[in-house]
Design a protein around this ligand. Structure first.
Ligand code: IPE
Ligand code: IPE
Ligand code: MG
Ligand code: MG
Length: 331
């Protein structure tokens, strides 16, 4: 199956629902005029993994849904995918990244003007779908706080650009903001919008935030362990751009003779050969290994929370299986 929906082969009900989410996404972007419309249709011609909408739908499985609620859940799921894509389109501008999901990024193909508007358009669509389909202001409030938090993480990352003294705690805070909170929002919306108690939805959010941190640590590990071809996006771009993630931070802690530190300090001057040397050192010094241990720890913590707060049933088993699948992913 094309378009990464094969990621959901083990979850046929979710896979079927994600196809319907895709229909909602395409119906919306087909209405967009001009260059921004072209760019958006281009970019959604290739799907990502659709993780965040899947989390909405998976948490909704804890509830009994009537027809109208099912329809609303699909729209809410589309809303979080729009929000996710908006952040990626803007992230690619900031990073000057040329590839996303194996095709040219919007900024590379259409330029920064179109990319800024395309991202803005998706933020607007997220609000529209959420306000049209949410059952109360609670979801919009949660969405507003999440967006503020994502920006907080991104701004903290910007302020720490090229900071060789970034600590593990700084890193954990950054990735909670830039990635964990959107996972948390998805889990919250799936639970709350499907009619379950808000207290349970808050637990879902907490699970998502921690699982999202594990997900970002793994994304950062992949940056130092697989090829751009496999990842379908550039690798080793973060270190050049001054974004120092888990594997590098942990390797720098073990870099007794400052070989790695001296290389990294070349900042944007780093050549492709030097980047490969950094990759080698990050692996050799054990940075990848320590980051893997961190990802495992966060994953275990998220599963523990899930088991404490949610009943043992098919919905929970699916989420547990997905959580394990995410930590062993290779793209
Ligand atoms: C990429 O997210 C950005 C991160 C938070 C690491 P995904 O890996 O979910 O991206 P797509 O949507 O599958 O391309
Ligand atoms: C992206 O994290 C997080 C947000 C866009 C908020 P990354 O910068 O690691 O994502 P990729 O690696 O470009 O997909
Ligand atoms: Mg990036
Ligand atoms: Mg990344």
């Amino acid at each position: 199956m094309d378009n990464q929906l094969y990621f959901w082969n083990n979850y046929p009900i979710i896979q079927e629902q994600l196809m319907q989410v895709n229909e909602i996404i395409h119906a919306e972007i087909n209405k967009v005029n001009g260059k921004v419309g072209l760019a958006l249709r281009d970019s959604f011609a290739v799907n990502g993994k659709l993780l965040r909408p899947a989390l909405v739908l998976m948490f909704a499985q804890f509830a009994e849904l009537d027809k109208n609620t099912k329809r609303r859940m699909l729209n809410v799921a589309a809303a979080v995918e729009f929000l996710h894509n908006a952040t990626l389109i803007h992230d690619d501008i900031i990073d000057e990244s040329k590839m996303r999901r194996g095709v040219p990024s919007i900024q590379a193909k259409y330029g920064k003007h179109v990319a800024v508007y395309a991202g803005d358009y998706l933020f607007a669509l997220c609000f529209k779908l959420l306000s049209d389909n949410g059952k109360s202001m609670k979801s919009l409030q949660f969405d507003g706080r999440t967006m503020q938090g994502i920006l907080g993480g991104e701004l903290q990352q910007l302020d720490h650009a090229y900071d060789l003294n970034l600590t593990k705690d700084d890193y954990l805070e950054q990735i909670k903001g830039k990635t964990g909170l959107l996972f948390g929002l998805s889990c919250f919306l799936g639970t709350y919008e499907s009619g379950l108690k808000i207290s349970l939805a808050r637990h879902a959010a907490e699970y998502g935030e921690i699982m999202g941190q594990a997900f970002q640590v793994k994304d950062d590990i992949l940056d130092y362990t697989v090829s751009a071809n496999q990842l379908k996006k550039p690798v080793l771009l973060d270190v050049k751009n001054g974004i120092y993630s888990g594997p590098l931070i942990f390797a720098l802690e073990r870099d007794k003779d400052a070989t790695l530190r001296t290389l990294v300090a070349k900042k944007q001057e780093l050549t492709p050969a030097e980047l490969r040397e950094i990759e080698r050192l990050v692996n050799e010094l054990g940075g990848v290994q320590v980051a893997n241990e961190l990802a495992d720890k966060l994953t275990a913590k998220s599963i523990k929370l899930l088991k404490q707060k949610f009943p043992e049933n098919k919905a929970r088993a699916d989420i547990e299986q997905l959580t394990a699948q995410l930590i062993s992913r290779t793209y």
